[in-house]
Design a protein around this ligand. Structure first.
Ligand code: ZN
Length: 498
């Protein structure tokens, strides 16, 4: 993994720690000294003699290999008849110097070291043209390394790392909660569901107008025109749905959270998590949501469907929002799952020990969930209009869960929220008599076919496997993973004229 993103994270989410060792400031300082020395036509020997050090010691300073003491720096500045501040300016003194510094940094990176290629000594005899070409090649090498990180396996590792990081924080990000409540105040929010009007006012406060168009580039969900202050959204074809509010809020979130262009797949994922978090923290505002959940818990009547209906959001959004707030503010650890009707886990979270299935890298996405779990048992129910409740005995203990099934363009799915046995008492549906036993990942639990059936069908069955295309579909192709930038730019150009 090669990433030189050393910015402090906006809200404390993880950034890769593989930062190339370098001393860019010393190098710039050295180049500025050399620049002023040659401008004055002084040799290293002459300047050295003037300040009381040898030419070779001075050369080490000019090449960024040694940090000069302040006394030496003052003497050098005096001999060159410039201010110390002039020498300490962070700007490279010339285009040539900027290229030299860029090449030096690139050659010191771990990415370049891994190639095993020799480093090029930057001397005055190196033509500027060659320097341009080398710096350009290094930039391209870095870009390709960033693109290559998003192989499915690397993407899975990045996803897993981020999920673990969120688990350590009980899926709760106070900085984003604060940012959301601040924006909500500006949007005039008081209580209940967040209105489209409030969302538009929030955008307006940031200097943006929300515009619905029917020709958004296929690879995008929204496009923001920073030059003209516009956020383009899909057409508002279904009034009242919460999808458009969520999309607009996610677009706003990039601005509120100060996101910059993602420089790696990990960066891209982190931003996706942050904007989704911000959107749900606006749709189910912390103060109002906690008040609601606290009252429901007191009445032993916690239910995702009530929380969903009170704030006018989807079942999935309400369930995920519970993971942000129930542990951090109500002391209830829990798990969340979105499972396809094929049994594959699309999304999962737990801080209650629920043994979610994982692959060898620790990734859960695409893994098959036990047939005995409520997330799959719910599909076998005839009446699926309301939540299905069930207890499940696992090797990690007994849990209770509430599952709602639904269907979307990708087929049927179920959304589950579950808690350890003892916490079921706060939830509606705790009185259910349904209780099953799971020993997964033991293959005899539900993976291995019945011996009699296996004997009968094994010689005669020839199935063709389906491809699980839904797992980690958005792989990077450019700066914005999965996005055709040329299409986006043409789109913006055409609309800016209107
Ligand atoms: Zn099983």
């Amino acid at each position: 993994m090669a990433d030189v993103d050393s910015r402090p994270p906006v809200i404390g989410l993880p950034v890769p720690d593989d930062v190339a060792p370098s001393s860019p400031d010393l190098l710039t300082l050295g180049r500025r000294i050399r620049h002023h020395r040659t401008q004055r036509g002084m040799t290293l020997d002459r300047l050295g003699a003037a300040v009381g050090v040898t030419a070779s010691q001075l050369s080490l300073v000019e090449n960024g290999h040694r940090e000069p003491r302040l006394s030496l720096l003052r003497a050098v500045a005096g001999a060159l008849q410039v201010d110390v501040a002039e020498l300490l300016s962070p700007e490279p003194p010339s285009r040539r110097a900027a290229l030299e510094i860029a090449l030096d940094r690139a050659q010191r990176s771990t990415l370049y070291a891994a190639t095993g290629l020799p480093t090029v000594r930057v001397t005055r005899s190196l033509p500027t043209e060659a320097l341009e070409a080398l710096v350009g090649l290094h930039a391209e090498l870095t870009r390709r390394a960033d693109a290559a990180i998003a192989t499915p396996e690397e993407a899975r590792r990045a996803t897993t790392a981020l999920r673990r990081w969120m688990r350590e924080r009980d899926n709760h990000l106070p900085e984003i909660e604060d940012a959301a409540e601040d924006m909500l105040r500006r949007g005039g929010y008081t209580s209940g569901a967040l209105t489209h009007r409030s969302v538009a006012l929030m955008a307006q406060h940031l200097g943006f107008t929300l515009i619905h168009v029917d020709d958004l580039p296929h690879s995008t969900r929204t496009v923001t025109d920073l030059a003209n202050g516009r956020i383009y959204l899909p057409p508002a074809s279904i009034p009242g749905g919460h999808g458009l509010r969520a999309l607009a809020l996610q677009a706003i979130a990039h601005r509120v959270l100060g996101h910059e262009r993602p420089r790696s797949y990990g960066d891209f994922l982190r931003q996706r998590v942050e904007i989704a978090y911000f959107a749900s923290a606006c749709l189910l505002p912390r103060t109002a949501a906690i008040a609601y959940l606290t009252e429901a818990k007191r009445a032993k009547n916690l239910a995702v469907e009530d929380f969903r209906d009170a704030f006018g959001v989807t079942h999935e959004t309400a369930a995920q929002r519970m993971t942000n707030l129930l542990t951090s503010h109500l002391g209830v650890p829990l798990h969340f799952m979105r499972v396809g009707d094929d049994g594959a886990l699309y999304k999962g979270y737990e801080n209650d020990g629920m043994p979610l299935p994982t692959d060898s890298t620790g990734a859960i996405e695409g893994q098959v969930v036990c047939r005995q779990w409520p997330a799959r048992m719910a599909f076998t129910q005839r009446d699926r209009t309301t939540e299905y409740h069930q207890y499940i005995d696992t090797p990690a203990g007994t849990y209770w869960a509430s599952t709602q099934t639904g269907s979307g363009s990708g087929g049927g799915f179920s959304i589950s929220i579950g808690v350890p046995f003892a916490s079921a008492s706060w939830f509606r549906g705790r009185e259910t008599r349904v209780r099953t036993r799971s020993t997964c990942p033991d293959p005899t639990c539900c993976r291995r076919p019945e011996p009699a059936l296996a004997e009968r069908w094994s010689p005669h069955a020839w199935p063709s496997a389906a491809v699980h295309a839904h797992v980690l579909a958005p792989l990077p192709s450019g700066t914005f993973p999965g996005v055709d930038e040329s299409e986006v730019f043409a789109f913006l150009d055409a609309h800016a004229e209107r």
